[in-house]
Design a protein around this ligand. Structure first.
Ligand code: 1PR
Length: 529
C-alpha cells in the first residue's frame, strides 16, 4: 500500500511519520503533485499558521491535485490546519484562500473566560458513525489551535464530530474516504495510534453511516500534567537530566545526574504525562545546535512518545565564532523538524521585552513574532524565571506588587517578581507582568511560569504568582516549580486558573508517580486525561 505524507516543509511532521511506523506501516513523502493523485492513502498534517500552510501548498503546486483527490473521494486524512484548509479562508490569514471545499470561514476562538489558544486534551462528540472512530470510547484527544471551524456551516453532512471549548466547534469532518481532524492523532497517545490504524486499515471505504446523532452533552477539557527535564552536560561531558534546587544544579560540586533524557521521557509518557518539556539549561552559553545533542534527544524521543514535546534553551539569534549567523527561527525550525511541537524562549524573551518597552514599536523581527508567524502562536512558549523582590510598601517600587501571605526576611508584606536571565544568574528591571503581557502581544501562545524561590523546594507552587500572571494574560499558563506531592497539583488547579502544572524533581526522584497525580485529580473531581 502506497501511503504518502504531504510534508511541505512545515512544522513537526516527524511525529506523524513515527506514529505510522509505530503501527507497522511504511510511509513515503509526497515528491510531486502526481503522488497526491496516485497514493493509496494520503496524510496531510497542516502545521503552522493557515497562511503559511496554504502558501506552501500553492507554492509547491499541490492545490489542484489536493482538490482533485478529495473530489475523487480517494482516502485522505488531514490534521489540524489541513481541516481548516477545506474552508474558503480563515480569520488567521485574511485574504489567503483555502481549498474552498466547504463554504465559510475559519474563525478565532472568542477571548471569553477560556485561555486561547486551546492547548490540551478534550473529547469529541460523534455526530455520525465512522470507521475512523471505531472503538472510540470518549478518550481525550490533543488539540492545539486558536482558530476553529464553526458548526453553523451550510453543508452539515461534513460534520463528523464536534467539541466544546467555550462554544461548540467542528473537531473532525468526513465524507466517504475523506477525513480531517482538528486534533492531532499523532500527539494523542495510544488512542491516536488507534485512529491512524483505523484510517490505514483497508476497508473499501471509511464507512460513514447517515444517521446523525444529536449528542448534546458537553465535552470535557482537561487540566494538563507535564513532566519537565532540565538537561545539560555533566562534568564528564555526558548529556544528563539534572535538577536545580532554586536553580543550583550542583550537589557536592557535581552536576546532579537524575537519568538519561530519552529514557526518562519515555517513562513519563508511559506513566501518563500529558506533555514532556526539555530545557537545555546551559543553552544561553553557546549555540544550542553545536554538536546537536538536543536534536538527537528529540529525534529519539519522538519515535516512541506520542504526546506534545516542548524544547527550550538557547533559542535566539546567534553568530558563531566564525561569524556564521543563525536566527532564532533557524534554530526553532531545526527543533520542529526533529520532533518538537513547541519551542520555549527564556532569556531572549526578556531582551525582546526590554527593547520593546524602550521603543514601544513592534518590529516584526523578534524571535517571538518570526516563529509565531511561520509555526503559529501555539508553537511559542515563553519560559519565565522570576524571583521575589520584597519591599516594605508598593510605593518603594514602580513594579506591580502583591501583598503576600509569605513575608520577606525583614517582615516585608509586599513583593514584585523580577525576571531573570541565564538561568537565574542575572536579574533585570523587568517584572513578570511586563514580560508576559508584551510577549502575548507579540504572539506568544503559552507561558511556562517557573519560580526560582520555589524551584526544587517541594513546598508547593507559588499560587500568588500563578494568580498574578493568570490575571494578566489570556493565553494558557503552566504552573511550574515547587511541587512536592500529588495534592500540590490539586491545590494549584483548585486555587488558581492554571491551565497546566509541571514538575521535575518529584518525578525524577520517583517520590511521586504521574499516575498518583492523576488519581488525586480524579478524586478531587478535576478533569484530566
Ligand atoms: O534562557 O532561553 O536559554 O532557556 C533556558 C531554559 O532553561 C529556561 O526555560 C530556564 O527556565 C531553564 N533553566 C536555566 N537554568 C536552569 C537551572 O535550573 N539552573 N531550569 C533552568 C529551570 C525550571 C523548571 C523546573 C521547575 C520544576 N527549571 O524546568 O523543572 O522549576 O522543578 P521542581 O518540580 O523540581 O520544583 P534560555
Amino acid at each position: 500500500m502506497d501511503i504518502r505524507l504531504l510534508d511541505y516543509g512545515g512544522g513537526n511532521v516527524r511525529s506523524v511519520r513515527n506514529a505510522v511506523k509505530k503501527i507497522g506501516y511504511d510511509i513515503k513523502n509526497v515528491e510531486t503533485a502526481e503522488d497526491i493523485l496516485t497514493a493509496d492513502k494520503l496524510i496531510f498534517p497542516g502545521v503552522g499558521s493557515f497562511g503559511s500552510v496554504m502558501e506552501n501548498i500553492h507554492k509547491n503546486g499541490f492545490t489542484e491535485a489536493l482538490i482533485k483527490r478529495i473530489k475523487e473521494n480517494k482516502p485522505f486524512l488531514g490534521i489540524c490546519v489541513a481541516l481548516q484548509a477545506f474552508f474558503e479562508g480563515s480569520e488567521e490569514s485574511p485574504g489567503c484562500s483555502g481549498l474552498g471545499i466547504i463554504k465559510g470561514q475559519v474563525k478565532k476562538f472568542p477571548q471569553a473566560n477560556l485561555a486561547v489558544p486551546q492547548i490540551g486534551w478534550n473529547t469529541v462528540k460523534l455526530q455520525k458513525k465512522s470507521v475512523f472512530f471505531n472503538d472510540y470510547e470518549g478518550e481525550k484527544l490533543y488539540f492545539v489551535h486558536s482558530y476553529h471551524a464553526p458548526v453553523d456551516i451550510d453543508e452539515k453532512e461534513w460534520i463528523l464530530t464536534t467539541t466544546d471549548y467555550g462554544l461548540p466547534f467542528i473537531s473532525s469532518i468526513a465524507r466517504g474516504n475523506i477525513i480531517a481532524s482538528q486534533f492531532h492523532p499523532e500527539k494523542s497517545g495510544k488512542i491516536g495510534l488507534k485512529l491512524f490504524k483505523n484510517f490505514l486499515s483497508d476497508p473499501e471505504e471509511i464507512f460513514i453511516s447517515s444517521n446523525n446523532y444529536n449528542n448534546l452533552s458537553r465535552t470535557k477539557f482537561c487540566k494538563r500534567v507535564i513532566a519537565c527535564l532540565d538537561v545539560r552536560s555533566n562534568d564528564s561531558g555526558d548529556l544528563v537530566v539534572t535538577k536545580g534546587d532554586q536553580y543550583d544544579v550542583r550537589d557536592k560540586g557535581q552536576v546532579r545526574n537524575l537519568g538519561k533524557p530519552v529514557e526518562l521521557a519515555g517513562r513519563y509518557y508511559e506513566e501518563g504525562a500529558d506533555e514532556v518539556v526539555f530545557l537545555n539549561i546551559t543553552g544561553f552559553r553557546d549555540f544550542p545546535l553545536k554538536d546537536q545533542p538536543m536534536l538527537e534527544v528529540l529525534e529519539k524521543t519522538s519515535e516512541n512518545v506520542f504526546v506534545p514535546l516542548t524544547i527550550g534553551g538557547g533559542i535566539r539569534d546567534f553568530t558563531d565564532s566564525n561569524g556564521k549567523y543563525s536566527s532564532a527561527l533557524d534554530v526553532a525550525a531545526r527543533y520542529f523538524r526533529s520532533g518538537a511541537d513547541k519551542i520555549s524562549i527564556g532569556s531572549d524573551a526578556v531582551a525582546i521585552v526590554e527593547k520593546h518597552l524602550e521603543s514601544g514599536v513592534k518590529t516584526g523581527k523578534t524571535a517571538i513574532e518570526q516563529i509565531a508567524k511561520v509555526y503559529g502562536t501555539q508553537a511559542v512558549v515563553i519560559s519565565v524565571d522570576p524571583r521575589r523582590v520584597y519591599v516594605k510598601s508598593p510605593k518603594d517600587t514602580r513594579h506591580k506588587c502583591i501583598k503576600t501571605a509569605f513575608p520577606g526576611l525583614q517582615g516585608e508584606e509586599y513583593c514584585w517578581y523580577q525576571c531573570t536571565v541565564q538561568g537565574g544568574r542575572k536579574g533585570t528591571d523587568i517584572d513578570v507582568i511586563q514580560l508576559v503581557t508584551v510577549c502575548e502581544e507579540l504572539g506568544a501562545g503559552e507561558i511556562l511560569l517557573n519560580c526560582i524561590d520555589r524551584d526544587g523546594t517541594n513546598d508547593g507552587f507559588d499560587l500568588e504568582l500563578v494568580n498574578l500572571v493568570k490575571s494578566a494574560v489570556k493565553i494558557p499558563v503552566i504552573a511550574s516549580s515547587g511541587a512536592g506531592s500529588a495534592d500540590d497539583f490539586v491545590t494549584v488547579f483548585n486555587k488558581t486558573k492554571a491551565d497546566a502544572a509541571l514538575a521535575a524533581g518529584i518525578f525524577h526522584r520517583q517520590e511521586v508517580a504521574i499516575s498518583e497525580v492523576k488519581k488525586a485529580l480524579e478524586q478531587a473531581g478535576i478533569e484530566h486525561r
